[in-house]
Design a protein around this ligand. Structure first.
Ligand code: ADP
Ligand code: MG
Length: 527
């Protein structure tokens, strides 16, 4: 028995030793395979599986060695060097949470032609230019701009166009990592811009520049430079067709800040948002205007997404969307037109087509405003994308307004999520949204019930302000009367200043509605 047992154990061992060791490993997720495959079985990435080195030895006992810097009590750690320094572009500083931090590695990703090179050239020129003010350094620090995509002459032309010619801004056209590091050694910059990470390669590892292994190697080396020398490194990253940053997912883990540069190719508005930030919040949005003369911050972009017109037009409704923490007042437009097609068209621009289809279905079933035989077009103004569910109510009111040929009062805004049962659901940040609407002169808001209980707005204790006998006030009064008839809650509110950056103002009429039917009833009497 014992002999047989030993034989079996022995056989099992032999079989184990004979099994091929996983010899291929995915460079992205570390998945291992005995055979080479074109696509990783774990993360499904193409072309990332490569020959793995020798299998890892079992963990060994490591003896204690010398330390780089002795550990200190946390209170003794110097934070001065980790303080952010403003870039000079307020909108960018807002997204970064104050500015660029020495030693930080920032990745700026965006589609081709969106303005990445233009923005970074301006940031570099501002960092290299002599600054005024008490906190200005004695001598502006050199900045090194490495371009791997364009020739130095092309960048120079752009610098001429946008006015980014400064003595201490150094330009180098390089595509080899060793040469880039050599340039850093020679210039000793305080800021290094690499445009783009996908064009820099190194001969030390396999693969073509832009490939997974190359990007990882180049990034790791640039991060080392940043941390060792306290250089702020800004990397430009390409995005793939589906909008993700090209290269290994790991890239986003390696760097300190990941910024996305977005915008509609056909408009001049550009937006930057942080998707990762080790030094600040990630819910801020920076708005820019990209023109022939370069890129300038837009501290007040709200007016861009509205059409100011003398007479109200059926089929439009204004809403307030929250982009991160930033409220943006935007207009939704709809056109309902007779269709001559077997299946009528539904076209949207700047809105989620599935959400619009849902709102149309709710209007048809719950409010008896059916559009089976009609084409429906819905869009935003100024190329802004409204993807939040809080725009549902504005979409519904715009579509209904176009269908019944009735215009909303130009002073009304509407916000709320529309549910399949025809109810209007609460949305976050009502105080901040109403604050922004009030700042732009809107006097009446249709909001979901319960919005005022969130404590962001304070109902007025005193009776409503005396009403002037203007057209707008008559409209508000009509809405109030209609709301009162339907037993809806109407309050005049104060927005407390400084509440999440809202402007303070007094006296906005807020009508709280439960359902889309109520909203339609009250909104269209306010004309
Ligand atoms: N000579 C020019 N005059 C006016 N606009 C230009 C000129 N050259 C480029 N642009 C504009 O600047 C935009 C941004 O270009 P660029 O900063 O190179 O983008 P990216 O680096 O993101 O690819 C381009 O979309 C283009 O519209
Ligand atoms: Mg570029």
């Amino acid at each position: 028995m014992s002999v047989a047992g030993r034989t079996v154990t022995g056989m099992a061992k032999t079989a184990g030793a004979g099994r091929a060791k996983p010899a291929y490993r995915c460079a992205e997720c570390g998945w291992q395979s005995a055979k080479w495959v074109g696509r990783c079985g774990e993360c499904q990435a193409w072309g990332t599986v490569g020959a793995a080195g020798a299998p890892a030895a079992p963990p060994r006992v490591v003896a204690a060695g010398p330390v780089t810097t002795p550990a200190r009590p946390i209170g003794m750690v110097d934070v001065q060097s980790a303080r952010s320094r403003p870039t000079g572009l307020d909108e960018l500083d807002r997204v970064l949470g104050g500015g660029l931090v020495p030693g930080a590695v920032v990745l700026l990703a965006g589609e081709p032609g969106i303005g990445k090179s233009t923005l970074l050239l301006e940031v570099a020129a501002l960092a290299a230019a002599p600054r005024s003010g008490s906190d200005a350094p004695r001598r502006p620090a050199p900045v090194l701009y490495v371009t791997g995509e364009e020739s130095a002459e092309q960048v120079r032309l752009r610098a001429d166009r946008v006015g980014a010619i400064t003595d201490r801004l150094y330009l180098a056209a390089e595509t080899d990592l060793a040469a880039v590091l050599g340039q850093v050694e020679a210039v000793r910059p305080e800021m290094l811009v690499v445009d783009s990470i996908q064009t820099i390669g190194t001969a030390d590892v396999d693969g073509t520049p832009g490939g997974v292994t190359q990007i990882r190697e180049v990034t790791a080396n640039l991060i080392r430079v940043a941390k060792e020398r306290g250089v702020t490194v800004v990397l430009v990253g390409h995005v793939t067709k589906d909008g993700a940053i090209a290269g290994p997912r790991l890239l986003e883990h390696l760097v300190d800040v990941v910024l996305y540069f977005e915008g509609d190719r056909h408009s001049r508005l550009r937006m930057i948002r942080a998707v990762k930030n080790r030094y600040g919040p990630t819910d801020e949005l920076g708005c820019f205007d990209l023109s022939e003369l370069g890129i300038v911050g837009l501290p007040d972009p709200s007016g861009l997404f509205l059409t100011r017109r003398a007479e109200p037009v059926p089929g439009t409704c204004v809403t307030v969307t929250l982009e991160g923490r930033r409220p943006l007042v935007a207009e939704v437009q709809a056109l309902v037109a007779e269709s001559f097609l077997p299946s009528p068209r539904r076209a949207t621009s700047g809105l989620e087509s599935a959400r619009v289809a849902m709102v149309l279905a709710v209007l048809g079933r719950r409010c008896h405003i059916a559009m089976h035989q009609q084409d429906v077009y819905a869009s935003t103004v100024g190329g802004v994308r409204l993807t939040e569910t809080s725009v549902d109510l504005a979409v519904a009111l715009a579509v209904a307004g176009s269908k019944v040929e009735q215009a909303l009062s130009p002073n009304v805004i509407a916000l709320g999520e529309v549910g399949l049962a025809g109810e209007v659901r609460a949305v976050p940040g009502v105080g901040r949204r109403l604050g922004e609407a009030g700042r732009l002169g809107f006097t009446c808001a249709v909001v979901p019930r319960g919005s005022l209980e969130l404590g962001e707005v304070t109902p007025l204790k005193r009776p409503p302000r005396p009403r002037r006998s203007s057209r707008q006030d008559t409209a508000d009064e009509a809405a109030t009367a209609a709301a009162a008839d339907a037993a809806m809650s109407v309050s005049d509110v104060n927005i407390t200043p400084g509440n999440g950056g809202t402007a303070g103002f007094a006296g906005m009429r807020v009508i709280e509605v439960d359902s889309l039917n109520q909203a339609l009833q009250v909104a269209f009497t306010a004309t």
